[in-house]
Structures are given as structure tokens and as C-alpha cells.
Design a protein around this ligand. Structure first.
Ligand SMILES: [Zn+2]
Length: 207
């Protein structure tokens, strides 16, 4: 969908609810980045433990029907993301017939900052070492990035829904989401890796 020259919009919804509709706004050449956020919402969300999703159930239920995500390379202030008090993305400034006059919220996400962000420094570094030698390192990094994007999206949505909530409360919830989603992914990945190792060990035992 393209309504303005140079601007593209990727519309995406969580698989377990019709709203909010997330509109990832980006320039055409950044389509791969928009796809990462879309993948996180459409697929990775459903793969997280139930407690992770439950922690945001009420927040997503109360969220604006339409959430515009401005994808940026970086922010001047160095923040990972912001909630915008006023919607700036032109096609979404006014209530839109196509979305049943849903309330609109907007945020930005600074993609390059997110890529280099250590959300949980000790955990991220330790996990990195475990996947270092494996062929699954790239896969791990991609997954880690998508969980970061998802946790930032949820963090800023939490701010939209509860503007008075203190930063440390909002932050604790989004970091818990990230930590548990990633731990769960690693546990599953490790189980399949050690299965491979165990098989080769037992084969050695027989020879
Ligand atoms: Zn915050």
C-alpha cells in the first residue's frame, strides 16, 4: 500500500486478535526491516510462552485500534523508541473510514539502535557465546532482534494505554517479556541441538 511518494505501509495484526492493526511506515528501500517487525507480530508473538502474551493482553485490548510505527535508522536523542503524543504520519492524522474510525496511536523505532542494544547484557552475551560456534548463530541473532522489536513495540503501546505509569514499571514488563521469550526460544533450540549431540554419542558408544 502506498499513499505518499516514497512512503510505504506494511499492515500487520497479531494472530490472536483483530486489533490493533499495526502500520509499519517506512521508505521503500527499508522494506526488509519493516518485514522483521511484521514477522515478530505475525509469527514470533504466537511462539512466546503464554505468560508473556498474557502480560500484554489487557494492554493490547485497550490499545488504539491503529498503531503507526515510524521506522527510523536512528533517533537524534539516541532512544530506542518513542511514543508520539500527536500522530504525524499524514494519511493517519485523521480518523480513517477504512479502519472504522479507530483511535490512532503513533511511535517510532530506531532500528540501528535496536540492533546494537543489549537488552539484558549478561544474558545476551552468555547466549551469544553458546551459539557462537553453531550454524544457528545467525538464526539466533535474527530471532533476538525480532524479540527486541516486539518488546519495544509492546513497551510503547503500554505507554499509550497508561500514560501515567512510571517508566520503571513499563520497562520491567517489557524486559521481562524479552527475557522470557528469548529464554524459551533458547531452551527449545538447545534441546534440538543436544539431541543431535546425544545421537552422535550413542553411535560412538556402539562402535
Ligand atoms: Zn518507556
Amino acid at each position: 500500500m502506498e499513499w505518499l511518494a516514497g512512503r510505504r505501509y506494511r499492515l500487520v495484526v497479531f494472530p490472536d486478535r483483530p486489533r490493533p492493526v499495526v502500520v509499519v511506515a517506512h521508505r521503500g528501500h527499508k522494506a526488509a526491516r519493516a518485514e522483521q517487525i511484521a514477522h515478530a507480530i505475525e509469527h514470533d508473538w504466537a511462539e512466546t510462552p503464554q505468560e508473556c502474551r498474557r502480560a500484554y493482553d489487557e494492554i493490547l485490548r485497550q490499545a488504539p485500534g491503529l498503531i503507526v510505527v515510524q521506522l527510523r535508522r536512528k533517533n537524534v536523542c539516541g532512544c530506542l523508541g518513542h511514543r508520539h503524543v500527536i500522530v504525524k504520519e499524514a494519511p493517519f492524522c485523521e480518523p480513517h473510514d477504512a479502519f472504522g474510525d479507530a483511535a490512532v496511536g503513533e511511535m517510532d523505532i530506531a532500528f540501528e539502535r535496536v540492533e546494537s542494544w543489549l537488552a539484558q547484557p549478561l544474558m545476551d552475551t552468555a547466549l551469544d557465546a553458546q551459539f557462537m560456534a553453531g550454524s544457528r548463530r545467525k538464526e539466533f541473532h535474527d530471532q533476538q532482534l525480532r524479540f527486541r522489536l516486539l518488546s519495544i513495540l509492546l513497551h510503547e503501546t503500554h505507554h499509550m494505554v497508561a500514560p501515567q505509569a512510571p517508566e520503571d514499571v513499563v520497562r520491567e514488563r517489557s524486559l521481562t517479556f524479552y527475557r522470557e521469550a528469548l529464554a524459551n526460544y533458547v531452551e527449545i533450540a538447545r534441546a534440538s541441538l543436544s539431541l543431535t549431540i546425544d545421537r552422535s554419542f550413542s553411535r560412538l558408544g556402539k562402535e
